[in-house]
Design a protein. Structure first.
Length: 258
């Protein structure tokens, strides 16, 4: 336990972890080497049934279950498949993320990329911290189907500050659970240095926001350059016009020359 705590403290120092209680870093180590790192804030919006005031009809409520810091972390690493499992409150809640690395052919030749291929959330509506007066309380599992998220070139980490939503289908009467993530940084393969993420691959939303931030600056620079060129052309034209105006237009005025 002491060794695990020391490792977590070292990770926190190296990752620059936010002091926000909503965000944590999760590390899987094998053979004294970091093989999977994930840093994010997450919560789950879980629908569940309660009795209406007439105690005859059922009403659907929503529980907001955050993933707290200090949760128990497990996992395993492989060349092409890695898994992260995070559980809390006596394993009443557990999140499992499965990552796959695959090769594919492109115009530039064969390339490899990894992705989040499966997400699974186990929860217990009998746990009273977030579920109040649930009808027929019990354990349920919500899973993704044919998921392809966080697609990233091999050897890089995935980064996305914007909030993302993954829909999970629950065993509780096929209800939809929303898995919300933000401030994500993940790398399940090819970590080059212990406790250090590789070069980041930004998600499309972050890339678009970065472009929206830099576009006004680029347009301003282009506009300024156009103004400078226009002034230079005008000054040159004015100078040439002035020089031509000083030349005599009547050929008789050239008689005194020569």
């Amino acid at each position: 336990a002491a060794a695990r705590l020391a490792a977590e403290q070292e990770v926190e120092n190296l990752s620059g972890l936010s002091p926000s209680p909503e965000k944590d870093i999760f590390v899987v180590r094998e053979n004294r080497t970091t093989c999977l790192m994930a840093e994010f804030a997450a919560k789950f919006i879980v629908p569940y049934d309660v009795w209406a005031s007439n105690y005859v009809d059922l009403v659907t409520e929503q529980a907001e279950v955050p993933l707290p810091r200090g949760a128990e972390v497990r996992g395993k690493c492989g060349a092409n498949e890695s898994e992260l499992e995070v559980s809390w409150l006596g394993r009443a809640y557990a999140l499992r993320l499965l990552f796959l690395k695959e090769g594919h052919n492109t115009s530039r030749g064969p390339e490899a990329a990894w992705r989040l291929a499966r997400s699974q959330f186990a929860y217990d509506t009998g746990e009273r911290t977030y579920f109040k007066d649930a009808v027929s309380p019990g354990k349920h599992t919500a899973s993704s189907h044919r998921l392809s998220a966080f697609v990233t070139p091999a050897g890089k980490s995935y980064e996305c500050q914007a909030q993302q939503s993954i829909t999970l289908l629950s065993s509780d009467h096929q209800k939809s659970v929303e898995f919300l993530l933000s401030e994500v940084r993940v790398q399940p393969f090819d970590i080059g240095a212990d406790f250090v993420f590789s070069e980041e691959h930004k998600c499309p939303v972050d890339q678009r926001e970065q472009l929206e931030e830099t576009l006004p600056l680029i347009l301003g620079l282009i506009l300024g350059l156009v103004i400078v060129i226009t002034l230079c052309v005008y000054h040159l034209h004015h100078k040439l016009t002035a020089s031509q105006a000083q030349l005599p237009r009547d050929r008789s005025q050239y008689k005194h020359m020569g």
